[in-house]
Structure formats: C-alpha cells, structure tokens
Design a protein around this ligand. Structure first.
Ligand code: ADP
Length: 523
C-alpha cells in the first residue's frame, strides 16, 4: 500500500456530482486517493464493510436511506461509541441546509457551493481527525498498559516489604494507602486504617502517646518526622516501631500528602538492649577485676619493697661481721677458714645486688613516670660514664652511630634501661673475646624511634627470646656469667611504662641485637 494513500468513499446517487468530487480529489497534491463510489446507501454500507474508509462524502438524501440512518448503521458496523464521530462529511442541497444544520456532530457542505478547495479542505479535516483519534487511542492504550504495569510492580514491591508504606493527608484525617505490612506489624486490617484513619493511634503505648501526638502536629506543619514508639497489639504483645514521614508538596508548594515508612525494630531494640546490658556488666566486671588486680599488685609491690628493705639490715650485719672476722681473726684462721669468709662476703654481695635490683624493679612499678623530650646522645654519654670502669676492665669497644634522635621518655628510667642492655652486651661474650658493641637508631614506623644495641656475644636461642624478659629468668650459671636475672625485666617494664616496646634478634653463637622503641620527640 502506498504510504500516503487514503481511501475516500463517495456515496451519492448523482453520477455527475460523484465525478466532480472525484476530479477535485484527484487534483489534490497532498494525498493520493483511492476513490470508491456508491450510488446508494446500501452499496455504500457494503463497501464500508470491506474496509473502513478514511473519509466518507455522504449525500444527505439517498434513494434508499437518509444520511442519519446511514450513519447509525455505520456506527453499528464500526462498533463506535455513541457520540464519537465517524469520518463523514454530509453533502446537502441548499434547501435542506436548515434541516442539516441542526445537527452539529458532522460537517456539512452545501452541494451548490462545493468547489475543489472546500471539498479537499473538508476531506483533509476528516483525515486529520481520524489520524488524531487513532493516535489518541494508541496513547490511551499505552498509558493504560504502562499504568497497570507500574501499579503491578509497585504492589509486588510494596506487598513484599517488611516495612509499612503509608500515604495520608497532612492533617491525618485520611489514609489513602497502606501496604500489607501494616497488617503484619499492627495486627489490624488495612481496610480498618483506610475507613478509620486514626485507628492506628489506638495501638500506641500510653507511655509514648504524647510524643506521637507531637509527631502528628509536626506532620500537619509540613515538617519531616522521625520517631520511635511502642505499640500494643490486640494480643497484648508490645512492638517497637520506627516511623519516618515526608511531606509531599505540589509545584505551587502546597502540602498535598504525607508519605511515610514505618518499620518494626523490636528485634534491633532487644539486641541493642542486650548489648547495652552486657557492656554495662562487662564494664562493671572489668572495673572490679582491675581494682582487684591493682590492689593485689600494690600489695605485692609493697611486699617486695618491704622485704627487700628489711633484708638489707641483717645483710649489712652479715657483711660487716664477715669483714670484721677477716680483719681481726683472719690471721688466726687457716686458708680454708679465710676461703669461707670470702665466700660469705661474695654471697652477701650477690644478695645485696639482688635486693638492689628488686628494689629498682619494684620502684619502677610504683612511681609515676613523667615523660619529657630526652636527647639520646646525652643519655648515652651518662651511661658510658656510669659503666666506664666495667668497659675499661673488659676492654670493650663501643661504636655509637651519632647523632642520635630525641625521644619521649623518663630520663633516669631510660638511662637505667640502656645501662642494663649495654652491660649485658659486654657481659655475655665468649671467654677471652673482646666485646664489640654497635649502637644506632632508626625510624621504623613514622613517629617511632628504634634504638639498637648489637653485640658480638654468645647469642640466644629463638625459643628463649620471650622468657629472658621475665624476672629471675637466666640462661647461664652464676659462676660463668654473674647476674640477678632482673636486668631485662627492668628493661621491659621501664620501656613499657614509657609507652614503648622491646624486642631482639639473635641466633645462638652469632651475637644479639636488642632494641627498644620509643616515641620520636625530635621537633
Ligand atoms: P642478668 O643479666 O642479670 O642475668 P638479665 O635479665 O639482664 O639478667 O638477662 C636475663 C638472661 O638473658 C641472662 O641471664 C642471659 O642468659 C640472657 N641475656 C641477656 N642479655 C644477653 C646478651 N646480650 N647476650 C646473650 N644473652 C643475654
């Protein structure tokens, strides 16, 4: 079929007239016409049955039927609604004009006045009308399908939601919609909510009622609302609800609707409550345990301090009398007797060292340490001076990679820590070997300084790396390497109390590298 071809049916018993109209139409440049002709209404109806024409030129008076009867039958044929127009233009002779003009449903052309232009104009109008009607029909159909599809999707979505979606008037006097979740949560029907818009309020817990009324007021004022409240279901069970409402305004800003979402948050509330309760209990327990531990610790430290202190008086007596014995009676005793005296003096000295270390360790736990910027170069100098006698006696070689940075520390504690590490480094070497110690610092993690003390000594098996930091843990006999077993415990406790960490790298027989890590304080 030609795209622009239109079918026009001319129903007229006058042959000349039909030919005239046909000629007018064939001269039309806008459309190409397929022209059907019928000399009677019956033939016209017959042709219409074969296919609906785009336009019908209908003679007002036909031999077998008048135009109105023809149109009525056509309406039945095309199943058109009463009142809807068919693409018909009625051609009426001058004398019937008044009669035809009564009916405004159809266009009329006065036969005697018809010329090519007005006929074509009338047909164009009909074609245009048909086209518009068709488009309108398609659009209507499309909107209908789209709407029903979107409604179906919305219902599918809304009815499967656990949360209630509600739509109400801002003054709460009407509820337009609530999904099925309302029934699941409130245990009341959606219909009851629609018919009695405030019936949901009946379930609100008396404790929360006032607050919910405030929410309704906010809603009426067009504010956003956000509220948690309890409801009591018909079976008496209590549920927690979290409800949020949003005002919907039209383009003029007028408040039209209020939409909201309400969720049952009972499970979360219970879990939250449980967690809060557990946290409280836990905090309470931690506080109790901490204070018990603190008390036990204080007692232990006080005990260690007192014992150490009290031990010193008899120890001093032992030392004093042993020395007096050696001085006053040494000559009267033989070699074995003098050997015994010297053993008493040595043992007393060891006990003295032990007590000193224990006191230092216990003091470290008991005193407050105020941290300040400490220049490691100065501390190293102090420690080297303090250990000078030992270093010389052992002919130790100490290499310091200066300058060293500044750290946040307690000066005396830091000096004690470094002195312990350095004295170990020169102590635990093979017999006859010159101790060689290397000291340097590096930034491992930003903000932290790691100070290394590396020796060429006997090294430590990996399995002992942790335990040597505990009190009285020693790996060697007292005769071979004298000591109390408290030095590294002081190192760890001291560094930890200054907020730092300790560690070592060592392989047995290959020297040890101890490190301490403290906050960088170089500004
Ligand atoms: P002490 O030095 O009084 O024995 P410490 O607590 O300082 O006690 O050290 C515990 C143990 O760790 C030492 O007895 C020794 O066995 C081992 N140790 C410590 N420093 C070194 C080191 N630099 N090289 C090898 N072993 C070490």
């Amino acid at each position: 079929m030609i795209q622009n071809q239109k079918t026009v049916l001319i129903v007229d018993d006058n042959y000349e007239d039909r030919q005239t109209y046909r000629r007018y139409l064939l001269q039309d440049k806008q459309y190409i016409y397929r022209i059907l002709q019928a000399e009677s209404a019956t033939l016209g109806l017959e042709l219409c049955k074969q296919g609906k024409p785009d336009a019908i030129l209908l003679d007002f008076v036909l031999p077998d039927m008048n135009a109105r009867a023809f149109i009525e039958q056509l309406q039945v044929e095309f199943n058109t609604n009463k009142g809807s127009k068919l693409p018909v233009v009625i051609l009426t002779p001058q004398q019937d004009e008044a009669l035809a003009g009564d009916d405004e449903t159809y266009d009329y052309l006065i036969k005697e006045k018809i010329d090519a232009v007005c006929l074509r104009f009338a047909v164009h109008k009909l074609i245009e009308q048909t086209r518009l009607e068709l488009e309108l029909e398609i659009s209507k159909q499309f909107i209908k399908t789209a709407l029903s599809e979107s409604e179906k999707r919305f219902r599918l979505f809304a009815d499967n939601l656990d949360a209630i979606i509600w739509i109400a008037s801002p003054d709460s006097s009407q509820h337009f919609y609530a999904n099925k979740a309302y029934e699941k949560i409130w245990h009341r029907s959606c219909d009851s909510l629609i018919s009695q818009p405030l019936s949901w309020l009946d379930a609100v817990h008396p404790e929360d009622y006032e607050r919910v009324l405030v929410k309704l007021q906010q809603q009426e004022n067009g504010q956003l609302t956000n509220i948690e409240f309890k409801i009591i279901r018909p079976d008496g069970s209590v549920r927690w609800i979290w409800d949020r409402g949003f005002p919907i305004r039209d383009e003029t800003g007028a408040l039209n609707y209020y939409v909201g979402i309400a969720e049952d948050i009972t499970e979360q509330k219970l879990a939250h409550e449980q967690i809060r309760h557990l946290t409280e209990t836990l905090e309470q327990q931690v506080m109790e345990r901490t204070s018990q531990l603190q008390a036990a610790n204080n007692e232990l430290e006080a005990f260690a301090y007192t014992v150490s202190h009290d031990l010193r008086a008899p120890l001093r007596a032992m030392q004093g009398f042993a020395e007096a014995l050696a001085e006053d009676y040494g000559k009267l005793l033989d070699e074995v007797g003098n050997e015994y005296i010297s053993r008493i003096v040595n043992s007393a000295q060891r006990l003295e060292n032990l007590i000193q270390d224990l006191l230092a360790y216990s003091r470290l736990s008991r005193t407050d340490l105020y941290l300040q910027p400490v220049n490691l170069n100065n501390v190293m100098f102090e420690v080297m001076t303090q250990l000078d006698g030992d270093l010389k006696a052992k002919n130790a070689q100490i290499a310091i990679s200066a300058p060293l940075p500044t750290v946040s520390a307690h000066p005396n504690t830091l000096a004690q820590v470094i002195a312990n590490l350095l004295s170990n480094a020169i102590k635990f070497v093979r017999v006859g070997e010159q101790p060689q110690v290397l000291i340097w610092a590096e930034i491992t993690t930003p903000g932290w300084v790691r100070l290394w003390v590396k020796d060429n000594g006997i090294g430590i098996k990996a399995e002992h790396h942790q335990r040597i930091f505990r009190v009285f843990e020693r790996l060697h006999g007292i005769e071979r390497y004298p000591g109390t077993g408290i030095g590294l415990a002081i190192v760890r406790k001291g560094v930890e109390r200054m907020g730092g960490r300790v560690g070592l790298e060592s392989i047995k027989g290959q020297g040890s590298s101890f490190w301490i890590e403290l906050k960088d304080d170089s500004r």
